[in-house]
Write a protein that binds this ligand. Structure first.
Ligand code: SF4
Ligand code: SF4
Length: 132
């Protein structure tokens, strides 16, 4: 009983673990909020630091790519397609499950998992979600 009360008091007096991201309080209008951010009038609370091995949006170095299709073979989400005419790939981030298998298998180190995680959109074919 006493340890529980102690823990309760400790929790009540400590700061919350949640990160107030991107805003301290929900804005009345998200459009006005985003406009304020763009104009530099509103400051976004920074997100928490992510670890070095974080698996965020994939980056693709098309110059390094030799078109071996290994990434396509291992991708469990069928998020990568082969562009036959160029012998290069196109990645649909909207399908990606961030497993990093393509990154691990690529023989020429052309794929990397970045730290970018701000990927919310109502359009899965947004140009930000197509990597090629
Ligand atoms: S990280 Fe996984 S799901 Fe995403 S493209 Fe690579 S293999 Fe496919
Ligand atoms: S595994 Fe690497 S080299 Fe092979 S097609 Fe994919 S990105 Fe290109």
């Amino acid at each position: 009983m006493f340890p529980l009360l102690g823990q309760l008091l400790k929790q009540m007096l400590s700061r919350p673990f949640t990160n107030l991201f991107p805003a301290k309080y929900a804005p009345k209008s998200i459009n006005k909020y985003l406009q304020g951010v763009q104009e530099g009038k509103v400051k976004i609370n920074p997100p928490v630091e992510v670890p070095d091995d974080f698996r965020g949006k994939i980056t693709y170095d098309r110059e390094k790519c030799i078109g071996c299709k290994m990434c396509i073979k291992v991708c469990p989400a069928k998020a990568i397609e082969f562009k036959e005419e160029e012998k290069k790939i196109r990645i649909y981030i909207g399908r990606c499950i961030f497993c990093s298998q393509c990154n691990d298998v690529c023989p020429v180190d052309a794929l990397h998992m970045s730290k970018e995680f701000l990927l919310a959109s109502d359009n899965k074919l947004d140009e930000n979600f197509i990597v090629e």
